[in-house]
Ligand binder design. Sequence first.
Ligand code: SAH
Length: 206
Amino acid sequence: MEELISQLIDSGYLKTPAIIEAFKKIDRRDFVPEELKGFAYVNEPLMIGEGQTISQPLTVAFMLELLELAPGQNILDIGTGSGWQAALLAKIVGLAGKVISIERIKSLSDRAKKSLLKFHFNNIELIVGDGSQGCPKGAPYDRVVAAASAQEIPQPWKDQIKIGGIIVAPVGESLVKLTKLGETEFKTERFPGFVFVPLIKDGKKS
Ligand code: SAH
């Protein structure tokens, strides 16, 4: 783990002390299936069942850095998967913050819940449902982050974020950072070269 973290720092992906601290405290091994534990610190996505993956550490580091996180923020995490990223977010926003993490596949959400038990977070809520609609009940959010790729950023995410808030999500094979400047005004930045599983809506790629 030390080696993976140093590699991410040396290559410039991990920068912020609070994010580095979270990477150290939230062991990726705890979120990887039994038979893949030996690969937990390899900088690659790994299969977690149901055709889904736990994201590559480099990608998670890059997304967390783009999010400009701070204690106390209210975050919507779309695509819980293994729960690793939700745990990192919860550690960074702290007890005054909140993470709602939504996953469409119940068996993955159930497993994430088990993996999270040992960390005793009381600021994470796991929801089984379609995150392409966001999650109105916890809105407005300071940050929305997605780990599944759509053709464009779904409108509900844009509606459910506060002005000044940030969305980081994959669109096609790029990561997109949207900063909400006004009710309908967004600044867009694109970072190409990332591969994600598709965001599924009504059983289809969206
Ligand atoms: N952050 C996760 C990455 C999981 S991969 C981790 O650290 O492990 C992305 C996840 O998004 C998959 O588990 C997939 O099932 C889920 N997903 C895809 N479309 C979704 C949707 N519409 N709503 C909620 N989750 C979705």
